[in-house]
Write a protein that binds this ligand. Structure first.
Ligand code: NDP
Ligand code: 2IT
Length: 444
């Protein structure tokens, strides 16, 4: 049995009940097999893979808070500090009822390779809570965030671990978290990213993940002598990543015909109206169903199935495992040529394989959505220097980072004789820097 297979079996045996974590590890180890095989003795002697799949630390804590009825509520809180070989732990916080240790370990593990691909000095981490912000008042969200940070503040810091947003955590939540950290630690430092512009946030961070997805899409298209102009694009989700993917794709001449949320999806054959989308989601915190009530010609369908809309390019930007095998089969049959993942691991493993074997060019999330965390790292730099760059400067840096990520992924795939296999390329290119740093730092 190969070293990578041994480690996968060990992960499954030692981490029972964590299917998302197993899935993320499986994809990475399968990609790394060609690299590990070339130097197996060294990697085995240093237990590189055993160390890579074991988080440096997991903090798990109680989050008690009082709701608007005066009832005491208790949620689970976590921070997974996965790997600090190339920099302080960096990665978002997710507030969603589905959050558990498996989901946060998969996200923290992915983050190691993603952060490495950005070329910036950031390690991998992730955290969150099973708290559901939906339907909560601003006061309830503040009470929750203050309690969450009261515990988390003991373990993070600008040079230790720098959380940010993810599903259910946006500007409002980061503000409440930052305020409580400052109060408890008496430090005005860049301990969180995604902050508001009046207190240390970076221009373009809000747009960065979605813009980055489209910047790398543009590179993929160029590499295939193709262009975005005139293409029909399906986006899933209608949160932070989705909204700014719609915005940038539309700016570059594509027609985006869908968005969705966990209740259903909208198809707008005239192209998604961004003003309406932003008003529903960013201002009113409403449901995507309202879009069809406001925009004539658009249609709302309850449930899953964005993949049934005919498109050239599919950008899944909602959540893990949202795109199953049946969906990819429909996409391929309808002539879809590109899938670029805005979300983390939105495509199941069998669906990914089907896409790659059936003429769909597939870019995994750890490369495609890295623009968000990369711009977070730019926010950290600005905070350390106590200055702020203009929107144009940040956008240009983001654009160059995405161009470089594509080049690294493409190059790694070619070096190992698997041209156009961007899954393998992203995993190998991400791993190379991390393993080098781990070897240099000895057994730790
Ligand atoms: P948001 O909370 O802003 O939006 C999430 C969107 O996905 C909403 O439309 C939400 O619908 C939908 N969604 C969430 N959970 C589910 C589910 N279980 N089933 C169906 N739809 C669901 O989050 P983001 O846009 O920030 O994050 C989206 C994805 O992008 C996540 O995978 C995240 O990890 C990833 N990502 C985010 C980055 C960032 O900078 N924010 C950076 C890199 C990756 P509903 O409102 O109904 O829940
Ligand atoms: O998945 C991700 O990369 C994020 N949620 C962003 C992390 C960050 O630190 O900006």
């Amino acid at each position: 049995m190969s070293y990578t297979e041994e480690i996968y079996d060990r992960v499954v045996a030692q981490n029972p009940g964590e299917p998302e974590f197993h899935q993320a590890v499986k994809e990475v180890l399968e990609s790394l097999k060609v690299v590990i095989d070339r130097n197996e003795e060294l990697y085995r002697s240093q237990a590189i893979l055993e160390r890579l799949v074991e988080p440096e630390r997991i903090i798990s804590f109680r989050v008690p808070w009082v709701d608007d009825q005066g009832t005491v509520q208790v949620n689970k809180g976590y921070r997974v500090q996965f790997n600090s070989a190339i920099g302080p732990y960096k990665g978002g916080l997710r507030f969603h009822p589905s959050v558990n240790q498996s989901i946060l370990k998969f996200l923290g593990f992915e983050q190691i390779f993603k952060n490495s691909l950005t070329g910036l000095p950031i390690g991998g981490g992730k955290g969150g809570s099973n708290f559901d912000p939906k339907g909560k008042s601003d006061r309830e969200v503040m009470a929750f965030c203050q309690s969450f940070m009261t515990e988390l503040s003991k373990y993070i810091g600008a040079d230790t671990d720098v959380p940010a947003g993810d599903i259910g955590v946006g500007g409002r939540e980061i503000g409440f978290l930052f305020g409580q950290y400052k109060r408890l630690r008496d430090l005005y430092e860049g301990v969180l990213t995604g902050k508001g512009l009046t207190y240390g946030g970076s221009l373009i961070r809000t747009q960065a993940t979605g813009y980055g997805v489209v910047y790398i899409l543009d590179e993929i298209l160029k590499a295939h002598n193709d262009t975005l102009a005139g293409k029909t694009v399906c986006v899933t989700g209608s949160g932070n990543v989705a909204i700014y993917a719609v915005e940038k794709a539309s700016q570059l001449g594509a027609k985006v015909v869908s968005v969705s949320d966990s209740n259903g999806y909208v198809c707008d054959p005239n192209g998604i109206n961004l003003d309406v989308l932003k008003d529903i989601k960013e201002v009113k915190r409403g449901r995507i169903k309202e879009y069809a009530e406001r925009v004539p010609g658009s249609v709302y369908t309850e449930g899953k199935g964005v993949w049934n809309i005919k498109c050239d390019i599919y950008l899944p930007c909602a959540t893990q495992n949202e795109l199953p095998l049946e969906g990819v089969k429909v996409l391929a049959a309808n002539g879809c040529r590109y899938i670029v993942e805005g979300a983390n691991m939105p495509t199941t493993l069998d669906a990914t394989q089907y896409a790659q074997e059936n003429g769909i060019c597939f870019m995994p999330g750890k490369a495609a959505n890295a623009g968000g965390v990369a711009t977070s790292a730019l926010e950290m730099s600005q905070n350390s220097m106590r200055l702020s760059w203009s929107a144009e400067e940040v956008d240009e840096k983001l654009h160059n980072i995405m161009i470089n990520i594509f080049a690294k992924v493409d190059d790694a795939a070619k070096r190992y004789g698997m041209e156009d296999n961007y899954v393998v390329g992203a995993n190998i290119a991400g791993f190379e820097k991390v393993v080098n740093a781990m070897l240099a730092q000895g057994i730790c």
